[in-house]
Design a protein around this ligand. Structure first.
Ligand SMILES: [Zn+2]
Length: 228
């Protein structure tokens, strides 16, 4: 794995540390979290940045030339993954069409990378890619998703329901019911807003109306944007 991969190391990362996924799934999570909605920052905002991120994982060579098309594909892939993780959050409504579009994008990426099975000396079967470069790296991310799905862990990785957050977190709750990346941040902020609204609309008003949370009121929240 080599060097420590670039990641947000300030408050945004520390704030969400509680929701870190186990094993390889943390790599997929870090990839999705290369976009920080709250800080309006993107670790993959240039071909060079994509190259730095992927080579820090040992997924591409350091001298790998990353084109603007590679960068666009990588960020589109990331947002398609984010949509899948949003669909894992019961508090978020993801339009079927958007989900189908994301699935098609990921399938196209899978074909480009030419997936290949490999059997290690100890007999472990692994999914890798025939090709290296960006396409091969994206296959590795899909292989992590495949592994997590086979192990029944996939439904635990979600994106936060807060519109200004959408951070990928791992839900360790027994019933897999968490919907905020962290109760200490997004969850408590929503509670505070709900408290203030309840006070402004009157104590007798239903919580859902006061919260203005369409999910709570039984209506789906607005669909997720396909990209940040
Ligand atoms: Zn959040």
């Amino acid at each position: 794995m080599g060097r420590v991969p670039p990641a947000f190391t300030d408050g945004s990362e520390q704030r969400h540390r509680a929701g870190r996924a186990p094993g390889d799934l943390a790599l997929l999570q870090s990839f999705v979290n290369t976009w920080d909605a709250e800080g309006g920052r993107d670790l993959l905002d240039s071909p060079a940045a994509v190259g730095a991120w992927l080579s820090a994982h040992g997924w591409t060579g350091e001298s790998e030339e990353i084109t603007p098309v590679d960068q666009r594909r990588t960020t589109e892939f990331r947002e398609a993954l984010r949509l899948l993780l949003a669909a894992n959050n019961p508090a978020l409504f993801v339009e079927e069409k958007a989900l189908a579009r994301a699935a098609a994008q990921l399938t196209a990426a899978a074909r480009r990378g030419r997936p290949a099975l490999r059997v290690g000396a100890e007999g472990r079967v692994e999914l890798g890619a025939v090709d290296g470069g960006v396409d091969g790296a994206l296959i590795r991310l899909l292989a992590i998703a495949l592994h997590a799905q086979a192990e029944g862990r996939w439904s635990r990785i979600k994106v936060c329901r807060a519109q200004g957050c959408r951070w990928a977190f791992y839900d360790r709750s027994r019933g897999r019911t968490a919907t905020w990346c962290a109760m200490a941040t997004c969850g408590s902020r929503a509670k505070m807003r709900s408290y203030h609204r309840r006070r402004s609309v009157g104590v007798g008003a239903p919580l859902s109306a006061a919260l203005g949370d369409p999910g709570v009121a039984g209506r789906p929240p607005p669909p997720l944007l396909p990209s940040p």
